[in-house]
Design a binder for this molecule. Structure first.
Ligand SMILES: CC(=O)N[C@H]1[C@@H](OP(=O)(O)OP(=O)(O)OC[C@H]2O[C@@H](n3ccc(=O)[nH]c3=O)[C@H](O)[C@@H]2O)O[C@H](CO)[C@@H](O)[C@@H]1O[C@H](C)C(=O)N[C@@H](C)C(=O)N[C@H](CCC(=O)O)C(=O)O
Ligand SMILES: Nc1ncnc2c1ncn2[C@@H]1O[C@H](COP(=O)(O)OP(=O)(O)OP(=O)(O)O)[C@@H](O)[C@H]1O
Ligand SMILES: N[C@H](CCC[C@H](N)C(=O)O)C(=O)O
Ligand SMILES: [Mg+2]
Length: 495
């Protein structure tokens, strides 16, 4: 494929008289083959401009880099924001892509929402896929990628790979890291959703404003002109929600709000039942009753945002609401792993922010048999080399809303695990227990749970390992909360 053609399509100008045959795209100089376009970006650890000579030596025909970078022996596509230009250009190479693509952002609920959207589309008869923290899930398989958004080349090649497999519908998770690094864009996005906004990732973003601005790139720039914005508008009526609506309106998107204060789908009532919840919603002037086979208010939010995405992409209300009633649980999100020997259910959840912990605990609270002395026992920790400021509020959220709190390790990475736990414990208060070893912490919670109690193990959800150390010393020790909970529950039976 000719670089000139790709550049024309992407509205990117090349130095006059230059053109070349392009065979691929790479952002890592070690992945260059003859004919590759190299994106030389300045990152947190490396400045890839240092690798430009090596990339050209390996056969790069063009380099997308800042104007001040030195490029000799290949075409210099000089751009002030090289990541953005590279995404636009590479997107013209990785074609075709699935005809219907939607994206989801927000602090919590992205993975759940892309997964539920995939399920709804599938129940409507489409070949649908989702991309996010759980990996790439297609009609045929689920492949883990390690990161929510890998890198732009992997993202785009996954999209065109899915189209080749006959997938027509894709819902992808747009993380704030991905959005601020232009790692998940370039494809046409028909509709974009915003689930909620609260504290996370302030190790990476300067402050909440900076974090919000990263998320708002989805509405400001990534979604198609004339596209749809689905925005959760819950009873909490957050200022961030109002501002998200403003961003979407400013871009002249079709704005559809969903939730207790939603105008498109209004959640009028929610009644927890033993295995799920009964919902009453108002849609197009009619009241409908739905039964969601999942517990927790937060799962209603994600299910209704997913319903909005499915309808915004052409599915009929009757098909979509019928599908909502048949949603399957999302891996590691309020997943019931086992029942303890005494009869207490043990739930695994991916809550790793103060807001998410509150939501997960609130989901389980109605199921605790409080009148018979039942307690909610929460086991959780906070990740190392991540936002330190969320640890104390996480401790506070857990202790305010649970009856027993056990603080444990969750991917300490390059930090001292005991120091991380101390920061969490500072918020959790004196009654919280400190058991660093995650297996021992889960075992302690399960062995003390009585028949009317519920155990919540939060923070790792679907994860398959405990990450310890960093850089050269990083190791991932196999660890699966679901499996450990099952083993501990089974040991209880034998004892
Ligand atoms: C902080 C962060 O987000 N870093 C990501 C970012 O790295 P970076 O651009 O800073 O890269 P860098 O390592 O400094 O290197 C700069 C450039 O030099 C290139 N390079 C580097 C070395 C070399 O020998 N040759 C070479 O060409 C690299 O390919 C890169 O383009 O871009 C890389 C590839 O696109 C990512 O792998 C990397 O994710 C790291 C590993 C990470 O842990 N990220 C997490 C925090 C993350 O992004 N998580 C979010 C989810 C969060 C959530 O769900 O809440 C996600 O979307 O996955
Ligand atoms: N709509 C919601 N409101 C509040 N909390 C939620 C919501 N959805 C999910 N959560 C909480 O957040 C956790 C993570 O959910 P999910 O994986 O869907 O979010 P995510 O945005 O993809 O997270 P990440 O940023 O790690 O990728 C859940 O296990 C639950 O505790
Ligand atoms: N995508 C999130 C996941 C956090 C999950 C938790 N187990 C941790 O390691 O902190 C992050 O990278 O911040
Ligand atoms: Mg996710």
């Amino acid at each position: 494929m000719k670089l000139g053609v790709l550049a024309d399509q992407a509205a990117i100008s090349l130095p006059s008289g230059s053109d070349a045959e392009v065979t691929g795209f790479a952002i890592d100089h070690r992945k260059i083959a003859p004919g590759t376009v190299f994106g030389a970006f300045r990152g947190a650890r490396f400045n890839a401009e240092d690798f430009i000579p090596a990339a050209i030596e390996a056969g790069a025909v063009a380099v997308v880099a800042r104007p001040e970078a030195s490029v000799e022996g290949a075409i210099h596509i000089a751009e002030d924001e090289p990541r953005r230009a590279f995404a636009r250009l590479a997107a013209k190479f990785f074609t075709p892509v699935p005809e219907c693509i939607v994206a989801v952002t927000g602090t919590n609920g992205k993975t759940s929402t892309v997964e539920m959207t995939r399920q709804i589309w599938r129940m409507c008869g489409e070949r649908a896929a989702s991309i996010g923290t759980l990996g790439v899930t297609t009609p045929d398989e689920s492949v883990s990628t390690g990161l929510t958004t890998p890198d732009i080349v992997t993202f785009l090649s996954n999209m065109s790979g899915l189209a080749r497999e006959g997938v027509s519908h894709v819902a992808y998770e747009a993380s704030s890291h991905g959005l601020s690094q232009y790692r998940n864009e370039g494809v046409p996005v028909r509709a974009a959703a915003f689930t909620n906004f609260s504290r996370d990732h302030l190790d990476y973003h300067k402050d909440m404003e900076d974090y919000f601005a990263a998320k708002m790139r989805l509405f400001d720039e990534v979604v198609d002109d004339g596209g749809t914005a689905i925005i959760w508008h819950g009873e909490e009526n957050s200022e961030w929600t109002r501002r998200a609506i403003e961003h979407a309106q400013k871009r002249a998107l079709r704005v559809l709000t969903v939730g207790e204060r939603g105008e498109y789908i209004r959640l009028a009532a929610r009644t927890p039942t033993q295995l799920g919840q009964d919902l009453e919603i108002e849609f197009e002037g009619e009241t409908r009753k739905l039964r969601l086979p999942l517990i927790g208010a937060y799962q209603v939010a994600n299910a209704l945002v997913s319903a909005g995405l499915a309808m915004a992409t052409g599915k009929s209300a009757s098909q979509v609401f019928d599908a909502v009633g048949r949603l399957q649980p999302v891996r590691g999100r309020l997943e019931r792993a086992a029942i303890s020997a005494s009869g207490a259910p043990i739930y695994i959840d991916y809550a790793h922010t103060p807001d998410a912990l509150e939501a997960a605990i609130a989901a389980l609270r109605p199921h605790v048999e409080t009148e018979r002395g039942g307690r909610l026992i929460t086991v959780f920790g906070a990740g190392g080399d991540r936002d330190q400021g969320k640890r104390e509020p996480m401790g506070r959220a857990a202790s305010e809303h649970s009856d027993v709190v056990i603080v444990t390790d969750d991917n300490p990475r390059g930090e001292d695990p005991a120091a991380i736990r101390a920061q969490v414990l500072a918020g959790a208060g004196e009654n919280a227990r400190d058991i660093g070893d995650r297996r021992a912490a889960i075992a302690a919670a399960i062995s003390e749970a009585g028949p009317h109690d519920i155990v919540l193990v939060a923070g790792k959800g679907h994860e398959q390992g405990q990450i310890i150390g960093s850089g050269e010393n990083m190791r991932v020790l196999p660890f699966d909360d679901v499996e450990v909970a099952r083993q501990c529950a089974a040991q209880g039976v034998q004892a």
